[in-house]
Design a binder for this molecule. Sequence first.
Ligand SMILES: [Mn+2]
Length: 217
Amino acid sequence: MIEPNWPNNTRFSGRDDATHQPLATVGAVTRPIASDALCGDVCAWWWRNQNLYLSLADGLGHGEFAREAALAAMASAQRQPADTSLSDIIARCDDDLRATRGVAIGLAVVDATAQTVSFCGVGNIRALLINATQHRRFICGYGIVGAGFKNLFIDTQQFFPGDILMMASDGLPEHFVVSDPLSESSCSAQQLAEALLQEWAVETDDAAVLVYRAPAC
Ligand SMILES: [Mn+2]
């Protein structure tokens, strides 16, 4: 069973009112562990001041309380003012999630004007930048958002039209491979997310894949 799974206040198609950028370049898919109907992995994306934020949270364990923690993380991140750094957003999530099980999180922001993507994460989140010359893996800090963390690092890279940013939970093996045909532009972000989940997701954990392809000019 593969079903898209995102909070109701995020949009995934059409155009953003402020920037007129197409949103269909985002794709996301989540799938619960075989033993549970609810998924503890949640993906979300939202705009602030013409910057696109993308996030994937993996609530500890699985089921209802994992999902509650992941949804709380997405809500906390989306509440933060536009000028909040990625590390401060995660620090505020850490405060806001104290009463929950906690999450692993990946958080990225795409600045279309500067043509950069910045990533910051905690725990077992796979995050990958794919462009014509490299597959770059972003590094996450140690810990649990909601129970403390260390070694947060914000990694900023150039990000050009056609480049792909991808996040996955540890429901995919750490060194999953994105084959060349998948990363070609004929494959939509949603198709890419679904294909990767189909090929790599393990049945012993919730799984999620979030994909953003920078629109061609
Ligand atoms: Mn997991």
